[in-house]
Design a protein around this ligand. Structure first.
Ligand code: IMP
Length: 436
């Protein structure tokens, strides 16, 4: 496994953090390639839980070099705080490498993110309001400020001045928000440059050299396939390339160097924010009724489905094989890690969506038009459960109840991808390796 991409195969929050943490020690480099501090995952350090938003998980392992690739966008204040938090916990950030080409999230990006969401009203995306969309907009519009610009005060001032000439009128005249001065931004951002300078590097060269030397690289995806700017449920997506292909553009490593693509799939599905979700089980407070509302509430409470970054209650639903097959194709998944299987121990029977129905037509594959996805009715297969059997202590696949194994094998059959890792609890040792 010289280089492996790990990607979320649903709408994010599939449990990538646990799996990354589990396999990261097998790699020499652990690289973030897209997104910013909209991501969030919890890692266990001794008896403490630490939340990482920007730092690659490799930071937890002394043998691994954590790298923030060019495709990532960096809020320097957040990164500096995260580094200080890790150092205070005794975790060294000395090995961190930051791509000098990564773009910087500016204060006005965060303001514009919030203001634009407000403007959209009931059509809002439900963003994390971390400035992600506006920062990637500036990048694509060739107006962005990169982390390397912080190294030269003259260049940085000039770029901020140019940016503010456009942003201030938008902030003030369109949204009625406060404006910024160049001085204000320089006072906040230039001290970050002094802290981050020693970590900045030409990371594409670094990673290609590492590959030539036979080193192993883990590309750590954030968010998930259906939040990908190209392949997700647009416009209810994030603004980066979360799919496996993003690992190449987001780091400068050629696609031929990627040997394995591990998709992370939860044994059910969740999403935060707006947008279509065919298998969604609506909560009672959102108008859900009957068994569906009970099942939705059970998935949320048993699965502790609340966002790490936002604390929001996640929308919950049954496993959707249509999106699993789609994710397998657009990422080229070689295998899957199935997570949170233990949560399903709460049910008598378990539903799996095998296809959709819309206007009398059956869809076995992801529909071409998003409107179909909005109106799609899931076609379910109902499988017998293993209610109240505690599977969290099972160490081998053979120890799992027969119905649990049947569930896993059914998912493999209908999605066409082998499940090489099965997670049965939050801890590292609550994981069954089946061919990793
Ligand atoms: P943004 O990335 O903040 O622009 O948000 C765009 C959409 O992606 C929203 O629906 C967010 O809730 C969702 N999103 C962003 N990051 C994550 C994540 O790490 N997990 C799950 N959803 C996310």
């Amino acid at each position: 496994m010289p280089s492996t991409v790990l990607v979320g195969a649903q709408w994010g929050d599939e449990g990538k953090g646990k799996i990354t943490d589990l396999i990261a020690s097998d790699f020499d480099y652990v690289v973030r390639f897209q997104g910013g501090n909209n991501a969030g995952h919890t890692v266990i350090h001794g008896d403490k839980k630490l939340a990482l938003h920007l730092m690659p998980s490799g930071v937890m392992y002394e043998n691994a070099v954590p790298v923030i690739g060019n495709g990532v966008i960096i809020d320097p204040g957040v990164l500096v705080k995260e580094m200080a938090m890790l150092e205070a916990e005794g975790i060294s950030c000395k090995r961190l490498k930051i791509s000098c080409d990564a773009h910087v999230i500016m204060p006005y990006h965060k303001d514009l993110d919030g203001a634009d969401e407000k403007r959209l009203g009931s059509n809002q995306i439900g963003t994390t309001k971390r400035g992600i969309g506006p920062c990637y907009q500036d990048k694509a519009a060739r107006k962005g400020i990169r982390i390397q610009d912080l190294l030269d005060e003259k260049i940085f001032r000039l770029k901020v001045e140019t940016a503010l000439a456009q942003k201030n009128p938008i902030l003030e005249k369109i949204y009625g928000l406060h404006t910024y001065t160049v001085e204000e931004i320089c006072d906040e951002y230039l001290p970050y440059a002094r802290i981050l300078k020693p970590y900045m590097e030409e990371t594409a060269q670094l990673l290609n050299r590492a590959l030539r030397e036979g080193k192993n690289i883990l590309f750590e995806g954030a968010q998930g396939t259906l939040l990908d700017i190209d392949h997700g449920t647009y416009p209810y997506v994030t603004s980066s390339s979360c799919c496996a292909g993003g690992a190449a553009t987001g780091t400068g490593v050629g696609p031929v160097n990627i040997n394995r693509v591990l998709g992370i799939q939860k044994a059910y599905v969740t999403r935060v924010g707006g947008g279509p979700f065919p298998t969604e089980l609506t909560f009672p407070e959102d108008g859900g009724t009957g068994q569906d509302a009970v099942d939705g509430e059970t998935l949320c409470s048993v699965g502790h489905e609340f966002g790490v970054t936002t604390g929001r209650k996640r929308r919950c639903g049954w496993f959707d094989a249509v999106i699993a097959r789609y994710a397998a194709e657009v990422n080229g998944l070689t295998d899957v890690a199935l997570t949170k299987l233990d949560v399903l121990s709460a049910f008598d029977t378990i539903k799996v969506c095998v296809a959709y129905e819309c206007d009398g037509k059956r869809y076995d594959y992801f529909p071409m038009q998003q409107s179909v996805l909005f109106h799609a009715k899931p076609i379910y297969e109902e499988l017998p459960g293993w209610k109240d059997v505690d599977i969290t202590q099972c160490k081998t696949y053979g120890e799992l109840p027969e119905n649990t194994r049947k569930y896993v094998e059914y998912l493999e059959e209908i999605t066409g991808v082998p499940m090489s890792i099965v997670s049965v609890g939050p801890d590292r040792d609550q994981t069954i390796m089946r061919g990793w």
